[in-house]
Design a protein around this ligand. Structure first.
Ligand code: FAD
Length: 472
């Protein structure tokens, strides 16, 4: 790699991918698979966040917590699942796919002679991991930006210098905190609250909205709140953090209702910000939105400030406003790669699954009913309680020591009566991420409600709750 990059005659690339997370990795492999010469520039770990400090370790920790494992064993398995945060295997996979890789920071320069130019600078990792000795410029026909996102740091007095955690530290630590305050009751906050609480940490969870998972239907957050309280998480809903300070055992958080709580650790989980700063976007007259996201068109082509598409420049994954999941980053990467090889088609975001891997699991797709109504749509809803279907009754009877178990879960379908199709679905229950998936396909394929209702579902599966809601 160094021979190519530091040599006298720089290679001419067809595609340079900046950032090798879920989106960048797929975009690179797809383009190389179609015979293009691809260079991936990665400032930190090949593979990005998902495998090492996000999806994979968080799901591993949750599964271990649900299985009743102790902290040490859960951490051992988490690190095994996350490959010890070692990116060699991912890098080898890219190389095997015909992609050239270099650890460096990439930045766009103004194009010259109709070719994009990317400045490569040594990555600010430790010296042993640096792979280029100084800055150099590479030219290319296409650039794909897949630089991801990072934890948003709220403007709270006292945070600077406090030594707070983000999910990166929470999912890399080997020392179990005795107590932890989590700021943010979205997917990341709820998942980490449940995992740490079940593994024995005393957890306080603060959410400024009146309920958890505030972007979903209110009943979804209520069910998860009931479960988290049962798991010994102390919830503080509808309150805002005013200031934080160091305390004897860690930190103290002051809330706007006048109360305060303290814990060994403070974990920020109040959202993520697209990583677009320092990418040189202004050189191409691209202005990120206020939240930092890079504006894109239907084919993931980056939009300039005047609304026109910048030729040959794409963005995929969390750095766009359209995606905050690994599966949506992967989807966008294929959209961009297809467009690069002139087989372009627009992305369709109507059926992006939103999953929270707590127990019970949350699987939502399409618009929640409240949001659809706020936008003026006359939608109808139907809801089934999982306790009312045969599987729920069987589990309550046979899977609990007393024979009187509680099954916590519901399905809500949202339909548009004008089209007779599904426009949204929320499923909460055991493994809802699996049995809810048919509803994402139903939305995307616009399957008529009548046909969905006639469809045969196996007895006694959780998906019979879908049939019951459809009958309604
Ligand atoms: C705790 C947690 C749990 C999650 N769980 C799930 C889940 O279960 N399912 C799911 O679908 N999603 C989950 N997500 C979201 C998911 O991790 C992200 O949506 C996904 O990783 C985004 O991929 P990406 O390719 O956009 O960026 P990333 O994976 O963030 O990769 C971006 C890469 O770009 C590199 N980079 C940045 N700037 C530069 C530069 N200038 N030059 C070179 N390289 C650069 C970075 O080093 C990084 O490696 C979770 C997120 C968190 C935080």
């Amino acid at each position: 790699v160094n021979a190519i990059l530091d040599g006298d005659s720089p290679a001419q690339w067809d595609v340079i991918v900046i950032g090798s997370g879920s989106g960048g990795e797929i975009a690179a492999a797809e383009c190389a698979g179609r015979g293009l010469r691809v260079l991936v520039v990665e400032a930190d770990r090949f593979g990005g966040e998902c495998a090492y400090v996000a999806c994979v370790p968080s799901k591993s920790l949750l599964l271990s917590a649900h299985a009743g494992l102790r902290w040490e064993e859960a951490i051992r398995r988490r690190d095994q699942a996350a490959h010890g945060r070692d990116d060699r295997a991912t890098r080898d996979t890219l190389t095997d796919a015909g992609v050239t890789t270099v650890r460096a920071r990439g930045r766009l320069l103004a194009p010259e002679q109709e070719r994009h130019r990317v400045l490569l600078e040594p990555a600010d990792t430790d010296a042993s991991r640096r792979e280029i000795s100084g800055p150099r410029v590479e030219t290319t026909t296409f650039v794909v930006l897949g630089t991801g996102s990072e934890t948003s740091i709220p403007p709270v007095q006292g945070l600077d210098g406090l030594g707070y955690w983000t999910s990166d530290q929470a999912l890399s630590t080997t020392d179990q905190p005795v107590s932890m305050i989590i700021m943010g009751g979205g997917a990341v906050g709820c998942e980490l609250a449940q995992a740490f609480a079940l593994l024995g940490t005393r957890v306080d969870l603060i959410e400024v909205a009146d309920g958890l998972l505030p972007s979903e239907s209110g009943w979804v957050g209520t069910l998860i709140a009931e479960q988290l309280e049962e798991d010994a998480v102390k919830l503080h809903l509808g309150v805002e953090v005013q200031r934080v300070e160091a305390s004897e055992n860690g930190c103290r958080v002051h809330l706007d209702d006048g109360s305060s709580i303290s814990a060994e650790r403070l974990l920020l989980a109040g959202g993520r910000s697209p990583r677009s700063a320092g990418l040189g976007l202004d050189a191409l007259d691209v202005a990120p939105a206020d939240d930092g996201s890079i504006p894109i068109d239907g084919r993931c082509g980056v939009l300039a400030a005047d609304g026109s598409t910048v030729g040959g420049l794409y963005a995929v994954g969390d750095v766009t406003a359209e995606s905050s999941y690994t599966h949506s980053a992967n989807y966008q990467a294929r959209i961009a790669a297809d467009d690069i090889v002139k087989r372009g088609h627009d992305a369709d975001y109507r059926a992006v699954p939103r999953v929270v891997y707590t127990r019970p699991t949350v699987f939502c797709v399409g618009g929640p009913a409240e949001q659809a109504r706020e936008r003026g749509f006359d939608v109808r809803t139907a809801r089934t309680d999982l306790a009312d279907v045969e599987r729920g009754q069987l589990v309550a009877l046979s899977a609990s020591p007393t024979g009187r178990g509680v099954v916590r879960g519901k399905v809500e379908l949202v339909t548009d009566p004008r089209t007779g199709t599904l426009v949204g679905a929320s499923c909460v229950g055991p493994e809802a991420d699996s049995w809810g998936a048919e509803l994402a396909l139903a939305i995307r394929a616009e399957i008529p409600i009548a046909l969905l209702a006639q469809h045969m579902r196996a007895f006694p599966t959780w998906s019979e709750a879908v049939t019951a809601a459809l009958d309604d």
